[in-house]
Design a protein around this ligand. Sequence first.
Ligand code: SF4
Ligand code: SF4
Length: 442
Amino acid sequence: MTDTFEQALADRVGAMLDACTGCGKCVEACPVTEPGGVTAAPRAVIEGVIDILRLGTGSEAARNWANACVMSGDCVRACHYGVNPRFLLAVARATMAKAKSPASELRKRGVEAFRLVNRDVTYLAKMQLEDDLLERLGQMADGRASLGTGAAPARPDFVFYTGCNVLKTPHIALLALDIMDALGVTWQVMGGPTHCCGVMRLRAGDTETFGRVAEATIDKLSQGKSGQVISWCPSCQVQIGEMAMPQIEKMRGKRPFEMTPFMLFLRDRLAQLRPLLRERVALRIALHRHPGVTGVMQAAEEVLRAVPGIELVELHQPAAGLMSNYLAVLPDFKRKLYRAELDAARDAGVDALVAVFHPDHRELCAHEAEYPFRILNVLEVVGASMGLRRDDRYKQLKLMQDADAIAADCADLAARHGLDAATSRKVIEAMLADQPLPLRGG
Ligand code: SF4
Ligand code: SF4
């Protein structure tokens, strides 16, 4: 066993560097080397990454590759030697950040980034939800975890880990809970800023605080007693499951729990789900894809095909990134990708472009105003067939495209929750700015 997170991290990196043959297959498989300006040969690129990790400095191509990584995970699937290049690149980015700035500066950046997420998540959830629904999502003032309908409080089947940002589009998380209730699954919900995966700290290069934050959250999630956690967010799945958990396992000599993405959980229960898909949902749809967590898109497709009335159309568009917001490091590439996909969906005559993840919904939903189809979340389609509906307040608000109108629309709830008017305004402006592909004419 290892004493500290930092030591376990260093040991894990060392073991991977020893295992790496330098074959370059991971670089070849990566979908963003070209837009990321990674011009050297694959073997030279991975050599440069190894230099960053061993010596603190490496080639320009290696630095570009690390900075362009959008976490599609193709490199992980391409490596046959048990190395996780996506993890190595995350540590390489932290190493580069540490070489440039003192630890105190990195800590400050991590804290500031977390504060912003905390502010936006808390305010946006409260601008959309009454107390009872905030409580259902585990967002009580005292931080207690919410127990699902019919859950035996001492031993629910699963912990449902929402992460933070899905609370900005709470209808998605509420539908996940409704679907679990309909399946007779008992759950305990945990999430929000009090259950941070630590991604902001790792991104800032503060690996020490990342370790502390992730370990605290892993401890909270471990209290679920069933030993099973269902995750909603692919970023939490990767940060907790891939970036932090192996170190904690090394420190404690055992893995605290297994974590399953919600769509895989649902696909594995298709036999129980099918009889509940009673209503016909006559929609011609296309799926907006991100390949970062293996099997999730295939699972979403299988579940959607089980919905009576659904016709799934293939748009033959490239898919990259863990989820939409991860493509922010390559803004031009992202804009081209999304414009091409939206145009392809229009040309294919779909009724809806259906996304799985919450940032995809946030970033795409306002395009509903300029295209002849709807932007939906996969759980809205599944829910509609089960007779389960939740208002997509986020989309209603964002489609207004007017900060004053949005503030007025949320005024009652904002007053009831005691939200500060100036902060609400900033949050609304940030919501409207969360539009990487500008609206035409907007
Ligand atoms: S990480 Fe894996 S795929 Fe990449 S160079 Fe090393 S051995 Fe090859
Ligand atoms: S995770 Fe994806 S984007 Fe990042 S390096 Fe690997 S293949 Fe490229």
